[in-house]
Design a protein around this ligand. Structure first.
Ligand SMILES: [Zn+2]
Length: 501
């Protein structure tokens, strides 16, 4: 029996093994990959950081909030072609700062330009490179149709329910006044910085900053100024905004996107709508716009976005952490997940936004000319040229004329995430916002900082405002407000930064 059975078994076994071998190999590989992935995820822990909290400042909350409130009540809206009234309000805004911060005007060096204010506080060691703090006092307008959605009128500056309400509280009068209040507090305390501090406040940031920040940057360059650290608005302390990360996250903008507006124009024969060609100018334009929307530029988790998510992953739950720490294998999954939200997708690619369109005069007349504008926010890996090339190849229709509107700008350079300037900023944030996680990030909008980029490699964007999930839409939106507690926290942050610098 044994001798009879064995040869048969022996004949069968090799074929069985052959069948099994690929499966075993696949299983083995899967086990090894899983172990590597889990190990990588588990190995990533929160970096050990000092938990020392900055000493509190004795601040007169009521007085400080009222001074910000009065600044909010001045509707210093900037417009590209301002009326006499609008110009008058901007002037009045500057007058208000000069009057309110009289001790600074008297005791520091002060310059008033047509679209900016500069305060220079010379340090005890003037040979050290200065700290350059930026902010702006102009605001975006409030749409007439949105007025009724506001809980309180946008320029009321009312202080109620623990908040100061109104346009400019978050963007960016809160920062401008917090910086000046911090300096006034330190001055009164008899403090004198080692490193000189320069505060440059623009009055036209919302319309590009060409007369404010750009002119000042040129002046600073001629003076040979090389700031140790340049700090502007641009990113904030996020509180519960990223649902996979519990607790506070302070994003420091180490780069910002560029921008370009393109006009698409189609001119075809007009006439009566009863005898149309297969496509009207509007139809051709619509097809081009639709193509641009369905073929956005490439998205990748690299550069600044990779730094951001790698840092955040330290605090994430297991599954998202697994996904982020194993990008070598999870990239497609991670991309799909991040691209599902507009705010994270914008970190990964140059965005395409169709913003305006005009065509036609009557329902029964063929439109001769159809135009549309498309706004692109240029990611660090792309350029004005690569956007143009992408648009031409996606539209691929000679009937669509493509031209550049206004003045586009490239994405900024990327500031370092190490070195003394970064450490100064990071440590100050940790001291002022206990328990916060600090991560470098990409600023999606534009700030005045881009004009100063040639002066220093250490350009950072962070201003200490706290934003919860429902606050993101308040910037340039309805019911802009800042909590009185947060405003005092910002003053403390700027004061601490100056002390430590
Ligand atoms: Zn702003």
């Amino acid at each position: 029996m044994a001798s009879g059975g064995t040869p048969e078994l022996a004949r069968e076994q090799p074929s069985l093994n052959l069948l099994k071998r690929p499966l075993v190999v696949v299983l083995l590989v899967a086990v090894v990959v899983s172990v590597v992935m889990v190990t990588r995820a588990l190995r990533l822990e929160r970096a050990p950081v000092s938990t020392a909290e900055a000493p509190p400042l004795e601040l007169d909350q009521r007085r400080l909030c009222e001074r910000l409130s009065r600044a909010i009540q001045i509707a210093s809206v900037s417009a590209s072609e301002p009326s006499a009234l609008e110009l008058g309000r901007l002037e009045y805004m500057a007058d208000y700062v000069v009057d309110t911060f009289a001790p600074l005007v008297e005791q520091l060096e002060f310059e008033r330009h047509s679209r900016s204010l500069v305060f220079r506080w010379s340090g005890t060691e003037p040979e050290l490179d200065p700290l350059l703090l930026l902010a702006h006092l102009d605001v975006v307008p409030v749409e007439q149709e949105a007025l009724e959605d506001w809980t309180l009128p946008p320029f009321s500056g009312e202080i109620t329910g623990g908040f100061i309400w109104g346009r400019g509280t978050l963007d960016d009068k809160g920062s401008a006044l917090a910086i000046l209040e911090a300096i006034e507090h330190l001055l009164t305390d008899g403090f004198r910085p080692r490193r000189s501090v320069i505060v440059a406040i623009g009055m036209d940031e919302e319309i590009g900053g060409s007369e404010g920040a750009a002119a000042l940057a040129l002046q600073f360059e001629e003076e040979g100024l090389e700031p140790y650290l340049i700090l502007d608005e641009g990113f904030a302390v996020l509180d519960g905004v990223i649902d996979t990360v519990p607790g506070l996250v302070a994003g420091i903008g180490i780069a910002e996107k560029g921008a370009i507006d393109l006009e698409l124009r189609v001119e075809l024969e007009g006439g009566h709508s009863s005898m149309p060609e297969r496509q009207t100018s509007l139809g051709v334009l619509a097809k081009a716009l639709s193509a641009l929307e369905s073929e956005p530029m490439d998205a990748e988790v690299d550069g600044v976005a990779a730094l951001f998510f790698d840092e955040l992953a330290r605090e994430m739950e297991f599954w998202p952490k697994l996904l982020i720490t194993n990008r070598w294998i999870t990239e497609p999954l991670l991309l799909a997940s991040l691209e599902s939200s507009a705010s994270t997708a914008a970190l990964l690619r140059t965005t395409t936004a169709v913003t305006m369109a005009h065509a036609g005069v009557a329902p029964n007349v063929l439109p001769e000319v159809a135009t549309a504008s498309v706004n692109f926010r240029i990611h660090s890996r792309d350029s004005i040229d690569s956007v143009m090339e992408h648009v031409r190849s996606v539209i691929d229709d000679p009937r669509v004329q493509i031209s550049v509107m206004g003045e586009p700008w490239e994405s900024s350079s990327i500031s370092p995430v190490e070195g003394p300037a970064w450490t100064l900023l990071e440590t100050t944030i940790r001291e002022c916002y206990p328990g916060v996680q600090v991560a470098p990030t990409l600023v999606l909008g534009a700030t005045d900082a881009r004009h100063y980029a040639g002066l220093s490699k250490n350009v950072y964007r962070f201003n200490g405002i706290r934003l919860g999930p429902e606050d993101l839409s308040r910037i340039h939106g309805t019911d802009e407000r800042i909590s009185t507690r947060n405003y005092l926290e910002m003053i403390r942050f700027y004061a601490r930064l100056i002390e430590r610098a």
